[in-house]
Design a protein around this ligand. Structure first.
Ligand SMILES: Cc1cc2nc3c(=O)[nH]c(=O)nc-3n(C[C@H](O)[C@H](O)[C@H](O)COP(=O)(O)OP(=O)(O)OC[C@H]3O[C@@H](n4cnc5c(N)ncnc54)[C@H](O)[C@@H]3O)c2cc1C
Length: 461
């Protein structure tokens, strides 16, 4: 890129594209446009309110924050209109609740399960390992007992992908790993451990769900925003984007936040090696089903994990505990459920809502007669929700991303970068901000780092 004042085109008005747009207007730069396929902003972080007045996110969205710039932005967008919640996470298995993290609270499970978990853990401590995939990593770190009772079945439900096909470089802070002493203290001394990790409290917008943040960002980019303008093709030689409506958008620099495989699929002049590398990118989709019930939630739980295969969802969020404005009336309950799907794990869309309701009753989150108190149900089934950290991912990225960069294309964001470990809202927004800082001020990116062969900084942040 040689132009001093480059024409910037941004594909997508999710958190990444909006983060870039926000930064551009903050710097007073004017030569840019955001092209968005939907008639709304926010991408996967948007929220919907149904006709009955219940508000849903696309899966439970908890605000983790790693960056002062993002913190300040969120503060500016929310003002004083937020709730502050304790992270109250639980696991439902063997017909009972166990506080999360599972491994530190196993004493209340069946004695045989506790025995298998503890002996597996001790065995794992004694053995040297060099895991080649996520399955081997789980066995090595947690031992066979915890692996078989929780980690492997739970992760299959989340990723809809066998653990053997996944790498483990994404773990970082995403998975609570083992503290052998804490586990033994729990079992032998009967002490529970309820909290973990860096984020024990989190903020949530008072009204409008997670999407409130992105509706707020929209006001800063409105005059550069083209909604209902899906990109149909990209010509990296001519440096032109074509949209489905037939218009063309020349660029000097392109920020794409659409899924990387789809970007390559619609790009012209793609070398065979780059086109072929997309075979190494794997993903899963979801059925996000909401159920609104006309009775008070009788718990302070925020979300619950479900490792067992007898119910479809892997997680339920009590959205009505996040803010009183998620439901139209104060004394109502809103369950938000997440069920993953893929070729490895097909999930019938026709029956999912009914199966979710049955699952809520089966796990006793709803009483049988609560079925009559259901006032609304909602279903959203995006076909891409989790960029799977597959064993083939980093080699694919190592082939695709350098080629794009040589054409002045930055592919960033949850599915643009295809890096789950930096795929949350704060990471995504900051990838957009850092794209601008790099293009306009030459500042190096820090959130996104290259992956794949010969890449510096491979691994997790
Ligand atoms: C189930 C689930 C749970 C999550 N939980 C959390 C959480 O707890 N905490 C957290 O911080 N984050 C969470 N996230 C992640 C969060 O949603 C993402 O970080 C964020 O949405 C990524 O933003 P993005 O802009 O990179 O991508 P997206 O949100 O996917 O936005 C991309 C945009 O590009 C547009 N687009 C795609 N193709 C085209 C095209 N051809 N032409 C024009 N526009 C196009 C799309 O319409 C979309 O608006 C979760 C996500 C999911 C799915």
């Amino acid at each position: 890129m040689s132009t001093a004042d480059p024409r910037i085109v941004i594909i997508g008005a999710g958190p990444t594209g909006l983060g870039a747009g926000y930064r551009l207007q903050e710097l007073g730069y004017d030569d840019w446009v955001i092209l968005e396929a939907n008639d709304y902003v926010g991408g996967l972080a948007t929220s919907f309110t149904d006709d009955a007045g219940f508000t849903y996110d696309i899966g439970g969205h908890v605000m983790f924050s790693h960056y002062p710039y993002y913190d300040q932005l969120v503060e500016k967008l929310m003002g004083g209109d937020f709730t502050e919640l304790n992270r109250e996470a639980w696991v439902w298995m063997e017909d009972r609740f166990i506080a999360y993290p599972f491994q530190n609270n196993i004493r209340s499970l069946e004695p045989q399960t506790v025995f298998e978990c503890v002996t597996g853990l001790i065995e794992a401590q004694r053995t040297e390992h060099n895991p080649a995939n996520f399955k081997e990593w789980v066995d090595a770190v947690f031992g066979k007992g915890i692996a078989e009772h929780f980690m492997i079945p739970y992760n299959f439900k989340v990723w809809a992908t066998p653990a053997e096909l996944m790498n483990w470089v994404w773990i970082g802070e995403r998975v609570a790993v083992v503290d052998v002493q804490a586990i033994l203290r729990n079992v032998i001394l009967g002490e529970d451990q309820r909290s973990w990790g860096p984020n024990n409290t989190f903020k949530y917008p008072l009204r409008g769900g997670t999407g409130f943040l992105y509706e707020g960002l929209r006001t800063f980019v409105e005059s550069h925003l083209e909604l209902e303008t899906p990109v149909a093709s990209v010509d990296p030689e001519a440096k032109v984007v074509r949209t489905k409506d037939g218009r063309t958008w020349p660029y000097d620099v392109l920020l794409s936040t659409m899924p990387l495989n789809r970007l390559i699929g619609c790009a012209e002049h793609v070398p065979d090696a780059v086109g072929g590398a997309t075979d190494g990118l794997h993903w899963s989709g979801s059925h996000i089903a909401g159920v609104g019930v006309d009775r008070q939630a009788d718990t302070t739980k925020n979300w619950i994990y479900f490792p067992e295969p007898d119910v479809p969802f892997y997680r339920i969020t009590y959205l009505s505990n996040y803010s009183p404005y998620m439901t139209p009336e104060p004394d109502q309950t809103l369950f938000l459920t997440e069920t993953s799907r893929s070729a490895h794990k097909p999930e019938d869309a026709e029956t999912i809502v009914q199966r979710v309701v049955d699952g809520l009753v089966q796990t006793r989150l709803m009483e049988e007669d609560d079925r009559e108190r259901i006032v609304t149900t909602w279903l959203c089934s995006p076909d891409m929700t989790y960029p799977v950290p597959s064993v083939t991912r980093d080699a694919a990225l190592g082939t695709i991303q350098p080629w794009l960069r040589s054409k002045d294309i930055w592919s960033r964001g949850r599915f643009g970068a295809w890096l789950y470990e930096i795929g949350n809202m704060d990471h995504s927004t900051m990838q957009g901000v850092e794209f601008v800082n790099q293009v306009l001020a030459g500042e190096p990116e820090t959130v996104w780092v290259p992956r794949g062969e010969g890449a510096a900084g491979e691994g997790v942040r």
